[in-house]
Design a protein around this ligand. Structure first.
Ligand SMILES: Cc1ncc(COP(=O)(O)O)c(C=O)c1O
Length: 465
C-alpha cells in the first residue's frame, strides 16, 4: 500500500490480501466524485479518500444524469399549463411511487417529500395526536431526540445489548398508559454503525398498542429497508445520504395522524379552498407540502432508489461488509487506537467506525488525515452527544472521536491508507504544524488553495463581506 507524501512507516499496517489491495469498488455504481484529486500540504496531489459517507454522499452518476436530463423540463408542478409543467408534475408523482416501492411502503401510506430526516421528524412530531407520548433511546441522533421535546418524551438508557433494548421497551410500554404512543428508533447508529433490532422492537411496540418510527437516515443506503416486513409505522430518511444530495428527504407512514394534524407548512398547494377567514386543508402528502416542492430533489431520490434496486442489494451489502470487516479488523489491530461500540461481541453493522488515537486529539487527527493523506473523515460527537458522552467519556476524549464511514464507492485502498496513516501519526506525529483556528484545528501555514471552480467563481466571486 502506498501512502503518498510519507516514507515507509516502521510499522506499516499489513493491508488485507483477502480484501484485495488497491481495487475498484466491486459495486457497479459510479459516483460523481470518483477520481477526485486533492492537494496535500506538501504540494502533492492524491486521489481523495472519502471516508465520510455517513455524513453525506456524492451523487451517483446515474442520479446526476437523471437530474441533468430533467433540468430543461423543470417547471412548476400541478397547475402549470405548459408541457414542461406536465413533465415536471409527472416526474414528481412518479418519484413518489418509486420511493414507496423502494422501501415497500403500504398502499395506504402517505409519502411526504421533506428536506431531510430532521425535517421528517419535526413534521411527525407536529403530527402527534394530543397527549401522545414518545419513547426513544439515549443513543439516538439529535434529529431523533430534539423534535420530540415539545411534548412528552421518555428517554430509555443506552441498552447493553440488542436484547436489553427489547426488554427496556417492553418494560417502558407496560406502564398502563392508554393514550397514543410512538417509539422512535434508528436502524443503524451513525456513531458505531451497529444495527438495531427494528423488527423485534416494532413487534414489542405493536403488542402494547404503540407505533414505531424508523430513523433510516443511515440504514437506507446500506441495507434493504422493507416497511412491511419490518412492520414499521413511519420511516424517515435523507436523499443526501443516499447518493442524491439535492435537498430532499422523505417521511412515509400511516396517514391518520398526518391527516388530522395541522399542516406542517401553511400555504398554497395544501388547501382545497380559502376565504379570508376560513381554510379547508387537503389530506395526504399535499397537506404537509405547501409551497413549490423540490421536484429536482424528489427526482434525484427516486433515481438513486432505482439505481440501487437495479444493481441489487447483495452486491452492495457484500462490498460494504467486506470493507467494514477490513476497517474494524485493521483498527482493532493497531496499538493506541480505541474504537467504540455500544454492544460487546460481534453484531452486524454498517460501515461506520468511531475511534480515537492516543496522544492525538480528534480535531487534530481529522485535520492531519485530510492535510497530509487526503483522507476525509469527521470528528466530534456526530450529533449524538448523549451516546458519545457515554462511549468516549474521559478527560482525553471528552465525548468525541473520529469517524470513518464507507459507501458504494469506497475502495480497500482508502481504508489501507487510513490504517497506514494512523500508524505513521502514532509513530512520528504529524509532519506539519497545526494551529487552532475558528474553533477547528488547521494546518499552519496552509499552502493549499481551494480548487478554482469556474462557474462557481463567476457567481460567487466578490461575495466576501
Ligand atoms: C441516524 C441519523 N439520523 C438522523 C440524521 C439527520 O439527518 P439530516 O441531517 O439529513 O436531517 C442523521 C444525520 O447524520 C443520522 O445519522
Amino acid at each position: 500500500v502506498t501512502v503518498p507524501s510519507h516514507g515507509a512507516a516502521s510499522q506499516r499496517h499489513a493491508g488485507d490480501a483477502a480484501a484485495g489491495g488497491r481495487d475498484r469498488p466491486s459495486v457497479p455504481l459510479a459516483v460523481v466524485a470518483e477520481g477526485l484529486e486533492v492537494e496535500l500540504v506538501t504540494g502533492e496531489v492524491v486521489r481523495y479518500a472519502n471516508l465520510d459517507n455517513a455524513a453525506s454522499t456524492s451523487p451517483l452518476s446515474a442520479v446526476a444524469d437523471a437530474v441533468d436530463e430533467f433540468l430543461p423540463w423543470y417547471s412548476s408542478v400541478h397547475r402549470g399549463d405548459g408541457l414542461a409543467s406536465q413533465v415536471s408534475t409527472e416526474a414528481y408523482a412518479a418519484a413518489r411511487a418509486v420511493v414507496a416501492s423502494f422501501v415497500s411502503a403500504r398502499e395506504t401510506d402517505t409519502i411526504v417529500f421533506t428536506r431531510n430526516t430532521t425535517d421528517s421528524f419535526n413534521l411527525l412530531a407536529r403530527a402527534l395526536p394530543p397527549g401522545a407520548r414518545v419513547i426513544t433511546f439515549a443513543a439516538e441522533h439529535h434529529a431523533n431526540l430534539l423534535p420530540w421535546r415539545s411534548g412528552a418524551v421518555h428517554h430509555l438508557p443506552i441498552p447493553a445489548t440488542p436484547d436489553a433494548a427489547l426488554e427496556m421497551l417492553e418494560q417502558a410500554l407496560g406502564d398502563g398508559f392508554q393514550g397514543p404512543r410512538l417509539v422512535s428508533v434508528t436502524g443503524a447508529s451513525n456513531a458505531t454503525g451497529e444495527l438495531w433490532p427494528i423488527e423485534a422492537l416494532a413487534a414489542v411496540a405493536h403488542r402494547h398498542g404503540a407505533r414505531l418510527a424508523l430513523d433510516a437516515a443511515q440504514l437506507v443506503a446500506h441495507r434493504p429497508v422493507d416497511m412491511r416486513a419490518l412492520d414499521v409505522d413511519y420511516l424517515a430518511f435523507s436523499g443526501h445520504k443516499l447518493y442524491a444530495p439535492y435537498g430532499a428527504g422523505v417521511l412515509i407512514g400511516r396517514g391518520d395522524w398526518l391527516d388530522t394534524a395541522d399542516p406542517y407548512l401553511a400555504g398554497g398547494g395544501a388547501v382545497r379552498s380559502v376565504s379570508l377567514d376560513d381554510v379547508e386543508w387537503v389530506d395526504g402528502h399535499a397537506r404537509h407540502e405547501a409551497g413549490s416542492p423540490n421536484v429536482l430533489g424528489a427526482v434525484a431520490v427516486a433515481a438513486a432508489c432505482r439505481a440501487i434496486a437495479k444493481v441489487g442489494w447483495p452486491a452492495i451489502v457484500d462490498h460494504e461488509r467486506r470493507l467494514t470487516a477490513h476497517l474494524h479488523r485493521g483498527l482493532a489491530s493497531l496499538d493506541g487506537v480505541q474504537t467504540y461500540s455500544m454492544w460487546d461481541g460481534e453484531h452486524d453493522r454498517i460501515g461506520v467506525a468511531a475511534f480515537n488515537l492516543a496522544g492525538c486529539n480528534q480535531r487534530k487527527l481529522g485535520a492531519i488525515l485530510s492535510a497530509e493523506f487526503g483522507i476525509a473523515v469527521r470528528h466530534g460527537a456526530f450529533c449524538a452527544h448523549p451516546l458519545m458522552d457515554q462511549l468516549a467519556a474521559g478527560p482525553e476524549t471528552r465525548g468525541g472521536a473520529v469517524r470513518a464511514s464507507v459507501g458504494v464507492a469506497t475502495e480497500t485502498e482508502h481504508i489501507d491508507r487510513l490504517l497506514n496513516a494512523l500508524v505513521e501519526i502514532r509513530e512520528r506525529g504529524p509532519c506539519w504544524t497545526y494551529a487552532a483556528l475558528d474553533g477547528r484545528v488547521a494546518p499552519d501555514p496552509d499552502p493549499r488553495t481551494l480548487p478554482r471552480l469556474q462557474a462557481l467563481d463567476r457567481c460567487l466571486s466578490g461575495a466576501e463581506r
